[in-house]
Design a protein around this ligand. Structure first.
Ligand code: SAH
Ligand code: SF4
Length: 362
């Protein structure tokens, strides 16, 4: 099978070129063609000798996921539904803001972790995405939004907050991250690429060693008893271990901080006492908080906290000297808010079976 070049980082590309009897600088040239200029086929690569282009088209391909849905809301939030094989589709969302544009990408089709309030978790787990399928989301977004030669790109930030748990797919996530921060790739600074995790401690340690980009941790509760219910992986890696992992991570990412995500669930984790619990946690690790109004979906069993409750909750954190942002609810009408990228919620009895594409809402 032809190697899909979209998933090869600089090292992988150089290895392929060595196998073809070619020099490393050729590999870098091709990287630039694909990722800096968005080339979709080898014939566009005019400064590469015809012979090599021929060799490449034999051995390799540039194959992004297939766009099967593309919608935009009034605020400019754009969502793509991407078919990755006959049975699976994932979503990527672009969120434009003043001065920056954030692309939210998926790392798995489905998720094994089954957080109580998450539509992806309810869908069950289908498979890991390949590095080409992960990076392909950024490549497609750049092509759709325009590669601005020499100028700023539309996508200035990438967050792994779509479908899946990136820390359980690091073999494929890490090459994609490396391309995102490579100057011959997308040239994003390491702080503008954020991997969000529900708290997979060994994954955090590995990422710290191999590619210490920014990390966001889905905390959602300040006590183990509540977090055990909301984020079941907490039973394996409880809060104390999670915080220790955050601190180890920060040793590899000096001057950084951990972003704690906190989904606001009405009557569940949004009381003043919960906010005070977070203040206690913040004393143990350099962090900021991002409050996420819950995105409801059918049969979730949860409600979004009121705006007033969220404001009051944020105020408690702020008065304790913490940095807090509250996520704007964007793209609600196309279910495009990060964390709700799962289309229709499949019945639980279908867990671990594949979800047919026709059941994934565009
Ligand atoms: N698996 C990773 C990354 C994907 S989820 C993780 O859990 O961190 C990205 C974020 O969306 C997480 O903070 C997750 O808890 C949150 N999320 C999931 N479902 C949500 C919902 N229905 N409403 C709001 N946020 C949600
Ligand atoms: Fe998986 Fe993240 Fe959803 Fe939890 S919140 S089920 S870890 S995608």
């Amino acid at each position: 099978m032809a190697t899909n070049l979209l998933g090869l980082d600089a090292q992988g590309m150089e290895r392929l070129f060595a196998d073809l009897g070619e020099k490393p600088f050729r590999a870098r040239q091709v990287l630039k063609w694909i990722h800096r200029r968005g080339a979709a086929d080898f014939s566009a690569m005019t400064d590469i000798a015809k012979g090599l282009r021929g060799k490449l088209s034999q051995a390799a391909a540039i194959e992004p996921p297939t766009v099967v849905g593309d919608s935009v809301t009034a605020d400019g939030t754009r969502k793509w539904l991407l078919k990755v094989d006959g049975a699976n589709a994932v979503e990527a969302v672009f969120i434009p803001e003043t001065g920056r544009g954030t692309l939210c990408v998926s790392s798995q089709a489905g998720c094994t972790l089954d957080c109580a309030f998450c539509a992806t978790g309810k869908q069950g787990f289908n498979r890991n995405l390949t590095s080409a399928e992960i990076l392909g989301q950024l490549w497609l977004a750049n092509r759709a939004l325009g590669f601005h030669a020499g100028g700023a790109r539309a996508v200035s930030n990438v967050v792994f907050m779509g479908m899946g748990e990136p820390m359980l797919n690091l073999d494929n996530v890490i090459p994609a991250l490396r391309l995102m921060i490579d100057d011959n790739g997308y040239g994003l600074s390491r702080r503008r690429v954020t991997v969000s995790t529900s708290g997979v401690v060994p994954g955090m340690d590995r990422l710290a060693e191999e590619c210490p980009v920014a990390v966001a941790v889905s905390l959602h509760a300040a006590s183990d008893s509540l977090r055990d219910d909301l984020v079941p992986i907490n039973r394996k890696y409880p809060i104390r271990q999670l915080i220790a992992a955050c601190n180890r991570y920060l040793e590899h990412a000096p001057r950084d901080f951990i972003t704690f995500e906190y989904v606001m669930l009405d009557g569940v984790n949004d009381a003043d006492a919960h906010a005070r619990g977070l203040v206690g946690i913040a004393k143990q690790v350099r962090c900021k908080f991002n409050l996420i109004p819950f995105n409801p979906f059918p049969r979730s069993g949860f409600k979004r906290s009121s705006d007033e409750r969220i404001r009051r909750f944020a105020q408690i954190l702020q008065r304790a000297g913490l940095t807090v942002t509250t996520r704007k609810t964007r793209g609600d009408e196309i279910a495009a808010a990060c964390g709700q990228l799962a289309g229709d919620v499949a019945d639980r009895t279908r867990r671990s079976k594949t979800v047919p594409l026709t059941e994934v809402r565009a």
